[in-house]
Design a protein around this ligand. Structure first.
Ligand code: 6R9
Length: 633
């Protein structure tokens, strides 16, 4: 399954295009199936309907845990580094992780959870988060992990959308020196959620919490009950390859986040295959992915991908700048990390603290580096290469999405020649195509267009939860017979791909996807706001910042207070990650005669590029543009 030379890559790629079913069947043979599939692939992008490994039966946790026990039971599966460097780190071997997952799977069963139920997980980055995720998969329950930074309202929306019956959380959590009262946020959310009958609460921060009789139980108490019942084993539920494994919500260009659905068989094969290949993982290596399990990167490349390969994954509870901006490097030094997979925003931020934060740390264990989440600028790429990789660690700039389940376009470490800011070449099985606005293929090299994929791959989304039509219109209806990524892309003279950023109304702030419509909806909830328009602008650290134009004729006197109020509203409705960086009060928004906001103009002003605003003749009130230009922040 592992490609070890560029020749082999080319052969694998060729085969994956010419004989996709044979290719993926061979890859799938490297996993444990209870029953082999009858048919590798059946698909159409019209409905869409995508089925991989139909008839195949499996449980992904047998691939992540049980199959490693005999030979690698004592290999560390998870090394956990706490937020506070003075607290002890923890190591869970495959055997220990297996036992804890089985134990907690039994807790879930005791609390009424069963195959097909949706379970919401809202936890900090503690090992029990991974245990909870795997325990759901063990019993065939569908997990919906919500990132610990989301607000009560966002959680409630997600719980209601999927009718979750159970929530797993902690009393609280620490990120840097900030305390996050997770249980209390859940309590606020659940006021709006009728479907939830049980909440399991892990002790982490010893934050005082209120426990509701009959609904809330402690993780530790429930585990003890299972222990006294005396049967720690939990046989894995047999799942169909196309049974749902999890839902993960992500932002799009319309208001409501959508629940991206991934299934058991294809997702397992794809994350395992891409992990093994992109990072060229060798047995015994320590692999550190700095993402949070609340995002797809954490699902695919902290939990499932590495564990299917018997890898040792390091999981970090804290933030890159606590207690200081040397923390990542200290962790690399302390745990002798070999592979580091992080985000451009983290690299840019750490870079800004100066080289002295790196100096003195022993980074010689590093052999491979990775980047994900947003385009990596050349300056950050070179700093990462020279300062962190000492000029001899290949950097894999991995392009992919929540919807793609796993890495799509990326170098294979040490195999593909890298080029700063380029995701380089598609992995085997991935057939990218660039199209113009009319959906016409842009052929040849040295061209650019909208990035689409023309053939299915096992890790792709199957639907958006509860609304298949939305899946169709969002991804499969823009261009005929193609999956549309929402990204712009160029292909250079060598056929290398460079992702240039979103072409829709989605922002990428510190690697987090934020829909402009979502932020606008939140801003508009503020009592003194009439309407608003949100765009992105280049931000040195975050990649993109959030710029809001707000019409608020009645600002109750103090503009600064209203501004803070609006920011707080967004924080409360969505979460702090969506808070506008800049709010400009305007008397009106530039609109066409048909009432459409001219975002192109607002974007240019936010970018500070007002020299050529293009054609403004179709505007209802061109004068408003001059006013906005004059007041730009
Ligand atoms: C994995 C993940 C997806 C969006 C995607 C694109 C951007 C991700 C990138 C990248 C340039 C890379 N993106 N990786 N852009 N180079 N290596 O981040 O998923 O949160 O769904 O975001 O992120 O714009 O469309 P997700």
């Amino acid at each position: 399954m592992k490609i070890t030379s560029f020749d082999e890559y080319q052969q694998a790629y060729k085969k994956s295009v010419e004989q996709p079913e044979e290719f993926w069947a061979e890859v799938a043979e490297n996993f444990v199936w209870r029953r082999k599939w009858d048919k590798v692939l059946e698909w159409n992008f019209k409905d869409p309907s995508i089925k991989w490994f139909q008839g195949g039966k499996l449980n992904i946790t047998e691939n992540c845990l049980d199959r490693h026990l005999e030979k690698n039971g004592n290999t560390p599966a998870i090394i956990w580094e706490p937020n506070d460097p003075n607290e002890h780190h923890r190591v869970l071997t495959y055997k220990q992780l297996h036992d804890k997952v089985c134990q907690f799977a039994n807790v879930l069963k005791n609390n009424g959870a069963k195959k097909g139920d949706r379970i919401c997980i809202y936890m900090p980055m503690v090992p029990e988060l991974a245990i909870a995720v795997l325990a759901c998969a063990r019993i065939g329950a569908v997990h919906s992990v919500v990132f610990g930074g989301f607000s009560a309202q966002s959680i409630a929306d997600r719980i209601n959308d999927a009718s979750c019956s159970l929530v797993i959380t902690t009393d609280g959590g620490m990120r840097g020196n900030k305390e996050i009262p997770l249980k209390s946020v859940i309590d606020d959310a659940l006021v709006q959620c009728k479907s939830v009958s049980k909440v399991i609460v892990l002790t982490r921060s010893r934050t005082p919490v209120s426990m509701i009789k009959g609904r809330d139980v402690w993780w530790e108490d429930e585990v003890k009950k299972v222990e006294t019942q005396g049967n720690p084993a939990c046989p894995a539920e047999e799942m169909d390859a196309e049974d749902m494994l999890f839902i993960l919500y992500t932002s799009g260009s319309t208001g409501k986040p959508k629940g991206v659905v991934h299934t058991c068989g294809g997702y397992m094969v794809y994350t395992g295959y891409t992990f093994a290949n992109v990072f060229q993982y060798n047995k015994g290596e320590v692999y550190f992915c700095t993402a949070d399990i609340g995002w797809i990167t954490g699902h695919s490349y902290i939990a499932y991908g590495p564990l299917t390969q018997g890898a040792t994954a390091l999981m970090f509870e804290g933030i890159p700048t606590y207690p200081d901006a040397g923390r990542f490097w200290e962790i690399v030094d302390k745990h002798k990390v070999n592979i580091l997979y992080t985000a451009p925003t983290a690299i840019r931020s750490l870079m800004s603290f100066g080289d002295e934060m790196v100096d003195g740390k022993d980074l010689s264990s590093l052999t491979k580096l990775g980047s994900v989440g947003e385009p990596i600028n050349e300056e950050a790429w070179h700093w990462f290469d020279e300062k962190i990789g000492n000029g001899n660690c290949p950097i894999v700039d991995t392009w992919w999405q929540t919807e793609t389940g796993g890495i799509m376009i990326s170098p294979i470490a040490g195999v593909t020649k890298t080029k700063p800011s380029y995701a380089t070449l598609p992995l085997p099985g991935i057939q990218p195509i660039l199209v113009d606005e009319n959906g016409k293929e842009v052929e040849g090299n040295g061209v650019s267009g909208n990035l689409c994929i023309k053939f299915p791959w096992p890790g792709m989304l199957r639907t958006t939860y509860g609304d298949h039509e939305r899946c169709r219109t969002t991804y499969f209806a823009t261009y005929n017979n193609l999956y549309f990524t929402g990204d712009g892309c160029l292909r250079d003279e060598d056929g290398y791909y460079r992702i240039t950023g979103r072409v829709d109304d989605v922002l990428n702030v510190s690697g987090h996807r934020i829909g402009t419509a979502e932020v606008e909806n939140a801003i508009n909830m503020h009592s003194s706001v009439v309407e608003s328009a949100v765009v992105g602008y280049p931000h040195d650290i975050k990649g993109q910042g959030v710029y809001a134009y707000v019409v608020s004729p009645d600002k109750h006197g103090d503009e600064e207070i209203t501004r803070k109020d609006i920011m707080m509203t967004v924080s409360r409705i969505i979460g702090p990650i969506a808070k506008p960086d800049k709010i400009q009060f305007v008397s009106g928004l530039p609109k066409t005669r048909s009432g459409k906001i001219m975002r192109r103009i607002l974007r240019k002003i936010a970018e500070g590029d007002t020299s050529n605003l293009g054609d403004t003749s179709t505007l209802l009130d061109p004068a408003v543009v001059d006013e906005i230009k004059g007041g730009a922040l």
